[in-house]
Ligand binder design. Structure first.
Ligand SMILES: Nc1nc(=O)c2ncn([C@H]3C[C@H](O)[C@@H](CO)O3)c2[nH]1
Ligand SMILES: O=P(O)(O)OP(=O)(O)OP(=O)(O)O
Ligand SMILES: [Mg+2]
Length: 486
């Protein structure tokens, strides 16, 4: 009998403990997240289409609500799969409400740290830092005085901004939500500290560490969380697999629905692309567990939609979602229970639905069609180029703050920057919350021995916090305001 007890992974423990009732503790987590500004900001952040004005097209917020629904569905499906004696044996019997709440809120939070303009926003921040970090005056000084062993991990981290790591930072350092460790751990999707490179982690954890998981500023928090929930190094919390599967299942259909809504694809061409792509991935085209084969299923959905007098597009996606979400959710829950020990220990080195099955081929088909026929649409790519320009341009405007030496920057922080008119005004535009996090981190024990390096690192983080916290629209407006003469 494997040693699985979910009560070790789902508990009341949090950084500043209070209360003794698990359900109430999780309600408090829900309240904090649902009522938070970073969640509200998701309504003006890109899912696929930057600066989208059509509100029927998904934003990060509406996407996250859909992920929440799929996450709930997977939890119910997992519970339906387990017998009472299995639930007892795994410590899950009295935890259904808790698991449901943790997963729902993890799904709602999962993109909270994403910058404006989606993936290209992340990339734009990293491009700017990769290109300019070593040119910045304090960094040039540090590079002459310190060994590369000391500076390399910090440089690596600052050139790898990641939305997932930023979500952990928002929860702990910027908003101090004091969530239960279980709730925070459910969104910890990658487990590699940003100071480590991918070639420094064990090969059997390469999927779990393929992206940056958390920054050095949250290192001690993540260590406490992992100790508390008995998570081994580079391993995940079991519920994060459900959040990840819910995201994968949700967006693969939603992105295509949005593409049809925006008239990038017609239902005819979409159906053709889906059939052709699936045939390449799964040539034998078997029936999908208890249903027709994919081609037949698509033809039926298409025909039904044509008979709808009001909205064939809407009907098509309702039917397709019914046909696809059930098998994919069932598959995710089956993978969860079939691999329960590896999932419990957080060492399953892949996503739940990525197992080379026909379900995996289905999800891949949808994603592939989006990559080949939606993300490269000229309108989308033009907007993304604007996104690069806006983020790169904003970082360039704020660069004077990063060129100052520590003492001069500290003067501005203390309000003594009268002789630095531009820098002082730029500093005044930063969010007070972000500046407070910078000041608190400076007062606490530094995880980096050189104080100048630590201060400069925190200043770069401060700018990344500010830029990544912006919505698409705010970033665009700021860019127009600051680059008024261009
Ligand atoms: N516009 C755009 N360009 C891309 O290259 C791209 N790659 C992924 N995505 C969307 C798909 C999921 O909704 C979500 C998560 O992958 O982000 C993209 N969107
Ligand atoms: O939704 P995103 O943009 O975060 O994209 P993802 O496919 O969920 O990727 P990641 O693994 O970086 O969260
Ligand atoms: Mg994500």
């Amino acid at each position: 009998m494997p040693n699985i007890d979910f009560r070790k992974k789902i508990s009341l423990a949090r950084p500043r403990p209070y209360g003794s009732n698990l359900q109430r503790a999780l309600e408090s987590d829900r309240g904090r997240i649902i009522n938070s500004a970073p969640i509200r900001r998701l309504q003006q952040k890109t899912q696929v289409f930057p600066l989208e004005r059509n509100s029927a097209v998904r934003s990060r917020l509406t996407h996250s609500m859909e992920v929440q629904q799929v996450g709930r569905f997977i939890v119910h499906s997992i519970y339906d799969r387990l017998s009472d004696s299995e639930k007892d044996a795994y410590g899950l019997s009295s935890l259904e409400r808790a698991v449901e709440s943790l997963v729902e809120i993890a799904c709602l939070m999962h993109d909270m740290g994403n910058p404006p303009f989606g993936h290209c926003g992340e990339d734009a921040i990293n491009r700017w830092f990769t290109k300019h970090l070593k040119e910045l005056a304090p960094m040039q000084q540090l590079l002459t005085g310190l060994s590369s062993e000391t500076t390399d991990p910090i440089i690596h981290e600052l050139c790898h901004f990641d939305g997932n790591a930023q979500a952990i930072r928002l929860v702990q350092s910027l908003h101090r939500f004091n969530l239960t460790y279980s709730q925070a751990a459910s969104v910890l999707k990658y487990t590699r500290p940003a100071t480590e490179r991918t070639d420094q982690v064990p090969a059997d954890k390469n999927y779990l560490t393929k992206k940056v998981g958390y920054y050095i500023t949250e290192n001690s928090y993540v260590n406490s969380l992992m100790d508390e929930l008995e998570m081994a190094k580079y391993c995940r919390h079991p519920l994060s697999y459900i959040m990840e599967a819910a995201d994968d299942i949700s967006y693969c259909l939603a992105d295509l629905e949005d593409a049809v809504e925006k008239r990038i694809l017609s239902l005819e061409t979409l159906t053709e692309h889906l059939k052709r792509t699936f045939a390449e991935l799964e040539p034998d085209n078997r029936p999908i567990k208890g249903r027709h084969c994919f081609d037949r299923l698509l033809d039926n959905v298409y025909q039904d939609a044509q008979n709808d007098e009001i909205s064939p597009n809407h009907k098509f996606f309702i039917k397709l979602r019914v046909e696809m979400v059930h098998p994919l959710v069932n598959h995710a829950s089956e993978q969860f229970t079939n691999n329960l020990e590896a999932v419990f220990n957080g060492e399953l080195n892949r996503a739940l639905i990525e197992d080379n099955s026909q379900f995996h081929a289905l999800a891949k088909t949808f994603k592939q069609v989006a990559i080949n026929h939606v993300f490269n649409d000229p309108e989308v790519e033009n907007l993304e180029l604007q996104g690069y320009k806006i983020i790169g341009g904003l970082l360039e405007e704020y660069r004077p703050l990063l060129d100052l030496d520590t003492d001069t920057f500290q003067k501005i922080v203390r309000g003594e920057g009268r002789k630095l008119p531009v820098e002082r005004r730029l500093f005044n535009k930063l969010s007070r919350k972000h500046v407070a996090a910078y000041e608190i981190a400076l007062k606490e024990e530094a995880p980096v021995t050189n104080p100048t390096l630590w201060e400069f690192y925190l200043r770069c983080r401060l700018l990344q916090d500010y830029i990544s916290g912006m919505t698409d629209q705010f970033a665009f407006d700021e860019y127009k305001t600051l680059l008024v003469s261009d």
